[in-house]
Ligand binder design. Structure first.
Ligand SMILES: NC(=O)c1ccc[n+]([C@@H]2O[C@H](COP(=O)([O-])OP(=O)(O)OC[C@H]3O[C@@H](n4cnc5c(N)ncnc54)[C@H](O)[C@@H]3O)[C@@H](O)[C@H]2O)c1
Length: 355
């Protein structure tokens, strides 16, 4: 294999760049970070200084016009994923684009088609597919250790966690939605991944925008993405979501809250099989509930959890050299994007929808 490092530009130097991808990329030895790019030059300069990017730019087209750049990381808010990714693919670059693919399924499909047309890779940042717990469960399910999984339930609920109220996160035209597209995508995508190739049958969903209807009276102690807050802006997305999905395998039910009037955070997925059940604590470990030697048994294995961002970035960089479609290639994520679209459609139309 080619030992030359993959030359990349990181476009969007905000939170996920700072907390995940720059630290991950700076650990890898198969990458050269040529550009840190952000509309806000100070953000790009800060990442360049701390993580060793060679040049700071504010216009991503500079990187796209540079023949040395092999691949770009698109780490901007959701509304910018589509344009930057399409431009990058057309400029002949491989693309890693953060989740969600973009604000809806139709545009996601266009992105997948463009990647195919240009013969370039487009990977999506559904990082949990590289989490050790998710990989372990996927293997256990594939080996039949849970038996027939008839239902999966998940809860992703927080007390007060509406991000950047009034800004891009809570403006549907810019984000594509609220807690479902922001957090739910991780949960539903990893459920589809673990179940392995389900065929979606029907969905029903209810979405609520209740907790910050009056943005100025919304009470919180801390707000992530507060730098993008705009209390004179828009909040037209789901802060609470509940739904039910039928597939040819297990049914799936879920509820999620960016905010709720219950001071409990819940982050788990339950896989209910006829041989065993699993509670997966999101981002952590799992507990297997089963019967062993005629008695109840609970197993909570502990193991090292490597940095999933470093693993997903490394897999993407390696794939740029081989052309491999890894498990987070867009073609393997489109089904999750489609599911989200139908859930939102069901909530809007207040009825069950067949796919
Ligand atoms: N995989 C995960 O677990 C995870 C976690 C958090 C965020 N995300 C995703 O990452 C993306 C970014 O989220 P964030 O929280 O880092 O947002 P952020 O607002 O902190 O950072 C985005 C940055 O992009 C910059 N930007 C916007 N348009 C640009 C353009 N045209 N060119 C260059 N820079 C531009 C902004 O100035 C900002 O600094 C979102 O799509 C989000 O859904 C993924």
């Amino acid at each position: 294999m080619n030992n030359k490092p993959v030359t990349v530009a990181v476009i969007g130097c905000g939170r996920i760049a700072n907390n995940a991808h720059f630290p991950a990329l700076s650990k890898l030895d198969n990458v050269r970070i040529k550009y840190a790019c952000d509309l806000i030059v100070e953000k790009a300069q800060d990442k360049a200084d701390r993580f060793g990017a060679e040049q700071v730019i504010t216009d991503y087209r500079t990187a796209l016009n540079d023949p040395e750049v092999d691949a770009v990381f698109v780490l901007t808010p959701n509304y910018a994923h589509y344009t930057i990714t399409m431009d990058a693919l057309r400029a002949g670059k491989h693309v890693f684009c953060e989740k969600p693919i973009t604000v809806n399924y139709a545009l996601s499909c266009e992105m997948a088609q463009e990647a195919k047309k240009q013969g370039k890779l487009l990977n999506i940042g559904v990082c949990n597919r590289y989490h050790k717990t998710v990989e372990t469960l996927e293997e256990m399910v594939r080996n039949g250790e849970l038996g027939n999984i008839y239902h999966v339930y998940c809860s992703f609920r927080s007390y007060r966690s509406i991000p950047g109220l009034g800004g891009a996160f809570t403006t549907k035209a810019q984000s594509g939605g609220g807690v479902l597209i922001d957090w739910g995508i991780h949960y539903l995508d990893l459920i589809l991944y673990i179940l392995g190739g389900v065929s979606l049958k029907t969905v029903t969903c209810d979405a609520y925008c209740e907790m910050a209807k009056d943005m100025k009276s919304y009470v919180y102690k801390g707000m992530w993405a507060e730098d993008t807050k705009d209390l004179n802006g828009t909040n037209d997305v789901d802060d609470y979501i509940a739904g039910h999905i039928r597939t040819d395998k297990a049914s799936i039910s879920f509820n999620g809250a960016w905010a709720q009037n219950i001071n409990k955070d819940e982050w788990f997925i339950d896989f209910l099989g006829d041989k065993a059940g699993v509670r997966m604590n999101y981002g952590e470990y799992f507990t297997l509930y089963t019967i062993k030697d005629g008695d109840y048994a609970e197993v909570s294995p502990r193991y090292e959890i490597p940095d999933m961002y470093a693993r997903e970035d490394d897999a993407f960089l390696r794939a740029t050299l081989t052309g491999e479609h890894t498990k987070t290639h867009i073609d393997n994520i489109l089904e999750s994007a489609k599911l989200l679209d139908y859930l939102y459609r069901s909530a809007e139309q207040k009825r069950e929808i067949a796919l």
